[in-house]
Design a protein around this ligand. Structure first.
Ligand code: PNS
Length: 159
């Protein structure tokens, strides 16, 4: 049987403990998970794509079933090239749902054979977002417990 491959796409600017929790859950559904970082976005990222790849590799590096890559263009094209049949997205609150539904349906229209799967992180991460983590770090707040220690250090270096 061929391996079941999932893509877990996002900006990951930076990776949070919520992302890591989703990744661990995705790993239970698929044989291999590719963390796929969107390279060019409208938003100006705090960390470059290479920095984000480096940070995520540093954290999940020991697990050979997880790959980290960047992509540009359509996610479904990247997923297709990678042999992935699953797109994993994390859902926190109802407010995430509308955008995620639109994206999942658009991706399904583009690639009917790729299934989007929504996973819920632990409740304690339900309010954690990269955007709020950056704001907290920028204003001198403590991000301990919200992001891996390695990311916490990188945030402290940046601000
Ligand atoms: O973590 P984010 O920023 O919410 O992730 C959004 C992401 C990267 C999953 C989404 O913007 C994306 O897939 N962009 C690539 C272009 C694409 O395929 N868009 C969806 C169909 S139009």
């Amino acid at each position: 049987m061929t391996d079941r491959i999932a893509v877990y796409p996002g900006s990951f600017d930076p990776l949070t403990n919520g992302h890591l929790d989703i990744l661990a859950r995705a790993r239970r559904l698929a044989d291999r998970v590719i963390v796929a970082i969107l390279e060019q976005d409208q938003k100006t990222p705090l960390f470059s794509a290479d920095e984000r790849i480096g940070m995520i590799r540093e954290i999940v590096g020991g697990d050979t079933s997880i790959a980290v890559a960047s992509f540009s263009g359509l996610l479904v094209d990247f997923a297709g090239r990678s042999g992935a049949t699953i797109i994993v997205r994390g859902l926190r609150a109802v407010s995430d749902y509308e955008y995620e539904l639109q994206m999942a349906l658009m991706n399904r229209r583009l690639a009917p054979d790729i299934e989007t799967v929504f996973l819920m992180a632990k409740e304690e991460y339900s309010y954690v977002s990269s955007r709020l983590v950056k704001e907290l770090a920028r204003l001198g707040g403590d991000v301990t417990g919200l992001v891996p220690n390695f990311v916490r250090q990188r945030l402290a270096d940046r601000f």
